[in-house]
Write a protein that binds this ligand. Sequence first.
Ligand code: F6R
Length: 607
Amino acid sequence: MCGIVGYIGDRKILPIIIDGLKRLEYRGYDSAGVALVGNDSYFIKTKGRISLLEEKINNSYIDGNYFVGIGQTRWATHGEPSDLNAHPHIDCNGEIFVVHNGIIENYYEIKKDLIERGHRFLSETDTEVVPHLIEEYYEGDILKAVLKAVNKLRGSFALAILSKKERDKIIAVRKESPLIVGIGKNENFLASDIPALLPHTKNIVILKDGEIALITKDEIKIFDMQGNQIGIEKMEINWNLEQSEKKGYKHFMLKEIMEEGEVLKEVIRGRVKDEKIELNEIKDKDFLRRVENIYIIACGTAYHAGLIGNYILTDLLNIPVKTEVASEFRYENPNLSKNSLVILVSQSGETADTIASLRVAKKLGAKTLGVVNVNGSTIFRESDEVLQIFAGPEIAVASTKAYVAQILTLLLFSVYIGKIRGDVDEDFEKFIVGEIKRVSEFSEILLDKKDEYLEIAKEIKDLDDIFYIGRLLDYPTALEGALKLKEISYIHAEGYPAGELKHGPLALIEEKVPTFAISTDERVFEKIVSNIKEVKARNGKVYSIVRDDFKGIIKESDRSVIIPKTHIYLSPILSVIPLQLIAYFTADLKGLDVDKPRNLAKSVTVE
Ligand code: F6R
């Protein structure tokens, strides 16, 4: 949530900041602003998208020699989206500029105190206390003033700070919310996410929790919250610029779905050899033998992938497995011990609730395994073990390619731990590896059926309510199909275990309320036929996402999308593809901003 960028160097600053903001617009897009400092200062902000900010800039007078700049694209927490609430925020004298991502929990007390001391506030935001606190503490050294100020703050914050009095530096502070410093030659960068840095550098320093960076043109110094200088750990980004661009697609979401076949190959690269699965990244293999219970923790789409992992692990191992949404788990009293394994599934690796759950698990002595896309993210760094999903940059707010990569990674892990514990034999491993190797090819067949999805999208785009049903492993797919549709097309959609329809929701079925029935498991194929009949008897239309040999379902459905036959553990990877594309085409036909749905933002770094 909220994208932050900063630049210090000899190039023209404004285009670099604006380009960076555009690359981070998926993090929030209700208002935007920039501040530049040099011989003079330039400060502009607006409610609305970055394109509006650009318009405002084009109509403004900007003529100065600037050395340093920061910008922000906002997802509102405190204070509605407005010109005044947009970032940057300033102190009383307009000399200190601050952009922020996160929430300052004790801002109200601080604000009250500062008002009593004569500070004048312009916005309703929590952020505005920061420049005023820095002003209060400033005695000729911006770093010292920032240190004093941030030690007064509670909550989560990534801050970028400029001062007119010290025009040769950016101060960046990280507490919980992510910030990355990009290392250039005679120039340096700051961003809350990698895509903003990709056009400029692959060498980065990921700030850790509680670190403050002093960034000049030629140098980066890192301090702890007490002001002690500490060492810096550089790393190289393994993503490239092309991966983070649209490559001719109308939207990032479509591009990312179309990449799924390749992503599935990436997930298994180096991990599936001959007829075996080897996860060499797992350091403590002995622990896998001792595991007594497993929790899978995640949010949203990643949670649905977790439900699939849950099913497979339960099926293969003889130990309890439970999947929970992170925002619940973090406040529960889970049954964890030193022989518990807690798997955190997260595309971004920065989701606040999932990070909090990871820390709860560690505190209770459990072993943690991050299933993460972004290398160097908080969950990536703080988990005891990590399996990267290798989906590449995911820019669209709606998660798609990361989802299929998460499922496949969880499947690899499930078979691997099963093998280590003696629950999976060589024959099954050999068989499932064969199926895994074919899944990318099968996904391409489904990615090619765009015309079929477009036809369905045309039929549903003006409807208000849609149900998605499935049983066993098709149930999480129903949940995910409904989530994809509702978040980008704003059509109310609900996923249900198919058997639950008659326990309430059937009351809503009528001609204008269709149902998507997902069916890929022969054990419950006939049950789904009955569920479809129940819907049809109430005049509800049925679209089925169905395995090619389930003729009974195809016969009962109004329209069917045929899924190639594979093992049930792999079918969720295939059956979600039509649902993702139907959601995409529906939103696009409605003329909606598919990549940036209303009220949402990618990477939920606040609670
Ligand atoms: C939905 C979506 C969200 C995320 C959720 C978790 O399309 O993108 O539901 O899946 O916010 O995000 P990560 O995986 O980054 O932890």
